[in-house]
Every structure is written in structure tokens, then in C-alpha cells.
Design a protein around this ligand. Structure first.
Ligand SMILES: [Zn+2]
Length: 248
């Protein structure tokens, strides 16, 4: 699965970047949008996770997010999350960029991942104009919740369909992609721009790019190595190879 010359390059690599997407959470039983259960299975997320849906019926949108949050409270990180958390110790400089909003990386021990799409555990003031308040809202009493500072409604702290990515997170992610020695693309189809442009940047700059995905993606033919596997087993094998060769 991993040629010897790739392992040798990884051992010498100073700066590593990992980009993850829904595929890695799927191995924890999390479907990004479907399978929340009951009445919500029939709901089209493209119609709910939008500023328009929130403006029309904020309570309904929050009820859907609460159903997802209930599911996520029980969710546990899997082997893939664990190996990625361990990579922080292995590479001298390490940046994790995730499109997932579930915070399973943090549960596995990853410190400070760049959350390109925000977090389902955050809420922010939706006032017009917004007072800018962001906060951790793990427990909600009344739906829809109100901003403690200005009294406007607060909205889930995630990036919705049709919205731009948070500027600071994006700038940091782009910088990491430009400066890295190795770029891993794990469990993401690399179809959604702008996130997909991160591995494209690394490819254009001639970096070592390793894709791990059970399905073929538009990147598969362009990367240095495309591993056709679920993230957990492929990353566990990579960890074994790196540790065995590092001490050899
Ligand atoms: Zn406010």
C-alpha cells in the first residue's frame, strides 16, 4: 500500500498537512446530513442549512441542528482520528484542516485543527448587523436561542450552503498547503471548492500528496499516491510503517 520511497520521504518530512472530510466521520457512524433519525430523515439538508431557511424559520433549523448534536454527543472518534492526532507528535510541524463540524478530531486529541466549516458546537449572533458574539453553546434551553449581548437570535456556528469560508481559517489553510512537505487528503471527495483547491495547490507546487479514500476522486490521478481504502485501516498501517522505519 505504501512504497518504501514514500515512507522514506515521510520520515524526512518536516511539515505535514492533513485535510479531512466527511469520510473520516462516516467511520464513526456519523453521516454528515442524513440518518439523524425519525422525522429528519426526510428533510433535504440543502434546504435547511442555508441563511434563507434560518431567516424563514429559525426554530425549525435549530431543531434539526439539535437532533444532529444529540447524535454527535454519543459519537466516538475512530482509528483514523486517533492516528491523525498521533501525527502531531511525529512531524515537527503539523497542520490539520477539517471540513467536518463535529469536533471528533478534538475528541481524539488533535489540538487546534483549522475548522473550515466552523463547528456545530458553536453559535454566533445572527443580528443584522451582528454584534460579533461567538460562543460555545453545548446546552440549549430554548429554541431558537438568543444572543446574551444584543438580544438578537443566534445561529449555528457553521458555514451554510452559499456562504464563504471564515477568512482567517482559510488564509491559514492556504499558507499551510503552500509551505508543507507532504499533504494528505483523507476522506474527502475534493469536489467542493474552495476546499478542493488546497490539495490542488500542493499538487501544483510539486509536494508529496497522498490521498486516502475508498472511492476514486478527481484528484486520484493527480496525486503522488492514491490509497483506495477507508481512513482507519490505511492510517493504522501507515503509523506502523512509519514507527518501524523511524526506529530502524
Ligand atoms: Zn448579538
Amino acid at each position: 500500500m505504501y512504497p518504501k520511497e514514500i515512507i522514506e520521504k515521510l520520515i524526512k518530512a518536516q511539515k505535514a498537512v492533513v485535510l479531512t472530510g466527511a469520510g473520516i466521520s462516516a467511520e464513526s457512524g456519523i453521516s454528515t446530513f442524513r440518518g439523524t433519525g425519525g422525522q429528519w430523515d426526510k428533510v433535504d439538508p440543502m434546504k435547511l442549512a442555508t441563511p434563507e431557511a434560518f431567516a424563514k424559520d429559525p426554530k425549525y433549523v435549530w431543531e434539526w441542528y439539535e437532533a444532529r448534536r444529540r447524535q454527535l454527543r454519543e459519537a466516538k472518534p475512530n482509528m483514523g482520528h486517533d492516528v491523525i492526532a498521533g501525527m502531531e507528535e511525529f512531524f515537527p510541524k503539523f497542520t490539520l484542516i477539517t471540513q467536518n463540524v463535529d469536533r471528533l478530531h478534538q475528541k481524539a486529541g488533535s489540538r487546534n485543527p483549522i475548522e473550515l466549516h466552523g463547528s456545530i458546537w458553536m453559535a454566533r449572533c445572527a443580528g443584522i448587523p451582528s454584534c460579533g458574539e461567538w460562543e460555545d453553546r453545548h446546552e440549549l434551553v430554548n429554541l431558537p436561542p438568543q444572543c446574551p449581548h444584543c438580544g438578537a437570535l443566534v445561529r449555528p456556528g457553521v458555514v451554510w450552503f452559499g456562504e464563504g469560508l471564515p477568512g482567517e481559517a482559510w488564509a491559514e489553510a492556504e499558507k499551510a498547503a503552500l509551505e508543507c512537505d507532504v499533504f494528505f487528503v483523507i476522506g474527502t471527495s475534493a469536489l467542493v471548492h474552495p476546499a478542493a483547491s488546497l490539495p490542488e495547490t500542493a499538487i501544483q507546487k510539486g509536494k508529496l500528496v497522498i490521498e486516502i479514500n475508498p472511492e476514486e476522486t478527481p484528484l486520484s490521478g493527480l496525486v503522488t499516491l492514491s490509497v483506495r481504502s477507508h481512513a482507519g485501516p490505511a492510517l493504522e498501517l501507515l503509523r506502523e510503517k512509519l514507527l518501524a522505519n523511524d526506529s530502524a
